[in-house]
Design a protein around this ligand. Structure first.
Ligand code: AP5
Length: 225
């Protein structure tokens, strides 16, 4: 029989490196990357009423209301590709109510990864971040500069990537992180704290080893039956 697909949640402060690690995780594990922030930015780009309401909250660094976010994420998780390949949920849940809602729909992770990065590092990461609208790739002017002049000339910045706004986003994160962690400490094998204040390759090495451990444990359990 085919192995059960992996179900992974990744969380952490703004600019802790979630999106960067998700690129590396999907490359190796083939999971479907579902980023709550990306789904919301797509909704804004589509010009919908939900998008308009979401943008108001995002500009203040506040959580977008559950009635918008929960269904959006649940619908994406329910699609056949997520079910077949497994999923990597990035930036959700950000509150206990979001975690409980998802659990109610039957979605639970095998592992909950929390990227730990000291607050002093985050502002520099945010203000130096750039995005390639063509490939979706995440860059940093100092830590992860674009490969070519052509890419450099088309890079964009997010509307909420200012020093002032990242501080608001960080407050929101700090208010909620403990409540979310405590939910997954009960139901997953363990909530995995990862040191996010090293190179992106070294952060990935820690995540990779946590995922390999998980797969090994599964193998051992299924072998014993
Ligand atoms: P979202 O888009 O999820 O933003 P965020 O949580 O603030 O996280 P970021 O995307 O800013 O950072 P990241 O951790 O992905 O870091 P990255 O890899 O890019 O959410 C935006 C808003 O949407 C929220 O504020 C909220 O309003 C709303 N929202 C989203 N989800 C919601 C939910 N569930 N409920 C309600 N509202 C929701 O890295 C950052 C930079 O650092 C890059 O330049 C990168 O190159 C660099 N970098 C990465 N790793 C390293 C490293 N190891 N060393 C050096 N530099 C590095």
């Amino acid at each position: 029989s085919k192995a059960e697909p992996l179900r992974v949640m990744i969380s952490g402060a703004p600019a802790s490196g979630k999106g960067t690690q998700c690129e590396l995780i999907t490359q190796k594990y083939g999971l479907v990357h579902i980023a709550a922030g990306d789904l919301l930015r797509a909704e804004i780009a589509a010009g919908s009423e939900n998008g308009r309401r979401a943008k108001e909250c995002m500009e203040k660094g506040q959580l977008v209301p559950d009635e918008i976010v929960v269904m959006m994420v649940k619908e994406r998780l329910s699609k056949p590709d997520s079910q077949e390949k497994g999923w990597l949920l990035d930036g959700y849940p950000r509150s206990s109510s979001q975690a409980i809602a998802l659990k109610g729909y039957g979605f639970e992770p095998d592992i909950f990864i929390l990227l730990d990065v000291p607050e002093g590092i985050l502002v520099e990461r945010v203000v130096g971040r750039r995005l390639d609208p063509v490939t979706g790739k995440i860059y940093h002017i100092k830590y992860s500069p674009p490969e070519t002049e052509e890419i450099a000339s088309r890079l964009t910045q997010r509307f909420d990537d200012t020093e002032e706004k990242v501080k608001l986003r960080l407050n929101t994160h700090n208010e909620n992180v403990e409540a979310v962690l405590s939910i997954y400490e009960d139901i997953t094998i363990k909530a995995s704290h990862i040191n996010g204040n090293v190179s992106k390759e070294d952060v990935f090495a820690q995540i990779d080893s946590a995922l390999q451990n998980l797969l090994q444990q599964r193998k051992a359990t299924s072998g014993s039956h």
